[in-house]
Design a protein around this ligand. Structure first.
Ligand SMILES: NC(=O)c1ccc[n+]([C@@H]2O[C@H](COP(=O)([O-])OP(=O)(O)OC[C@H]3O[C@@H](n4cnc5c(N)ncnc54)[C@H](O)[C@@H]3O)[C@@H](O)[C@H]2O)c1
Length: 333
């Protein structure tokens, strides 16, 4: 399949040129679901929201009326591996002949398997990149719209184009479903790797008595190693992020574990495996050392992981305070 790039201009006309605005359904009203629904409502779309929370619970059967249904429910990774059961199960609520767009993160191959199980609906995958702190803004201003289709024919392409025509304006692309699924892991594990690498550099900096605030400033100015966006440039440079060291949050721990399994299943190269294991274990130690996201850690690796002794370098707070003081001294000189 050849990727198709689309611009919003043609798409917008299609909606204006007489086509009835589709009714948009949402299954899941968490970070993604509620912010996407809010964005569609602001833009004048009729929506139907269904989730386990009230008052959305009662809309279970109403979802069938929606023309396009966005699905944003949990897809955890546990000690048993990637678990698509919630997303797979809720697809039964989508009406025959309608389009289901899975926003939940999916292990490559899952959309195909969903489509096979539900031949009466059209399943697509659109990976999501929003951050919790800026979720509403991100839902209305996506970096890009990626639509993954499991079958490359006119029907799916027309539906994918129609989907793009109602999404917020952004560079857009239609690709095979597996490509869209894999890209989400490219995105998340790249940030994971950056964060781990910055932690390694930070540990050396501490030993050499090099002030990390200065290093950070120089990284941000360096176009060869920092993203060229004033906000994004700062991401994943600070070793202590939110409550401590290590890369946590709902997505990173579980997605890195699925990535590790994907590598083992598909490539399995010895050095690659050792590198991935080392990154994974280093992050586990950093998280244990700073007591950060321990619930998420045990959700992915099981409760025994919490018994592991952390050999991670010193407490973060102590390090951060030490660097902060140094920065002040430097300015005063
Ligand atoms: N939160 C993020 O920053 C983010 C970013 C990108 C991707 N993702 C991915 O998107 C997916 C959803 O994430 P989220 O943070 O929006 O989830 P969330 O945990 O905030 O919300 C989940 C929603 O799903 C609903 N739900 C669960 N089981 C259900 C069922 N059986 N029937 C109907 N509704 C059900 C819950 O009621 C809730 O409203 C996950 O795969 C996640 O990895 C999340």
């Amino acid at each position: 399949m050849v990727a198709t790039k689309t611009t919003k201009k043609t798409a917008k006309k299609t909606v204006k040129n007489g086509q009835k605005k589709p009714v948009i359904g949402f299954i899941g009203q968490g970070w993604i679901g509620k912010n996407y629904a809010g964005d569609f409502e602001k833009r004048g779309f009729e929506t139907i929201r269904f989730a386990l929370e009230e008052p959305y619970r009662q809309n279970e059967s109403k979802i069938k009326e929606a023309d396009i249904v966005f699905i944003a429910v949990p897809t955890p990774t546990t000690i048993e591996g990637f678990d698509d059961s919630i997303a797979r199960g809720v697809l039964k609520h989508v009406g025959n002949g309608k389009t289901a767009v899975v926003k939940s993160t999916l292990k490559p191959g899952t959309t195909h398997s969903f489509q096979k199980q539900y031949p009466d609906i059209f399943v697509m995958h659109s990976p999501e990149f929003l951050s919790r702190g800026t979720a509403a803004y991100d839902a209305s201003h996506p970096l890009q719209n990626i639509i993954g289709i499991p079958v490359d024919n006119e029907e799916y392409r027309t539906r994918a184009e129609r989907l793009l025509s109602i999404l917020p304006e952004a560079p857009s692309i239609i690709v095979p479903a597996q490509t869209a699924e894999f890209f989400k892991y490219v995105h998340n594990t790249s940030l994971f790797a950056r964060s781990i690498y910055m932690n390694l550099l930070y540990d050396i900096a501490q030993e050499l008595d090099v002030d990390w605030t200065h290093i950070k400033e120089m990284i941000i100015r360096d176009p060869m190693i920092a993203f060229q966006d004033p906000v994004i440039a700062k991401w994943h440079i600070e070793p202590a992020h939110s409550s401590g060291r290590g890369i946590g949050g709902d997505c990173h721990i579980k997605d890195f574990e699925t990535f590790s399994r994907l590598f083992a299943e598909n490539v399995g190269d010895e050095h690659g495996m050792k590198l991935i294991d080392a990154m994974k274990n280093m992050n586990i130690e950093l998280l244990l050392g700073s007591k950060k996201d321990l619930d998420l850690l045990s959700g992915v690796y099981g409760k025994d992981i919490l018994k592991r002794k952390s050999k991670a370098k010193k407490s973060v707070k102590k390090n951060v305070r030490k660097t902060a003081k140094k920065a002040v001294r430097h300015v005063r000189k």
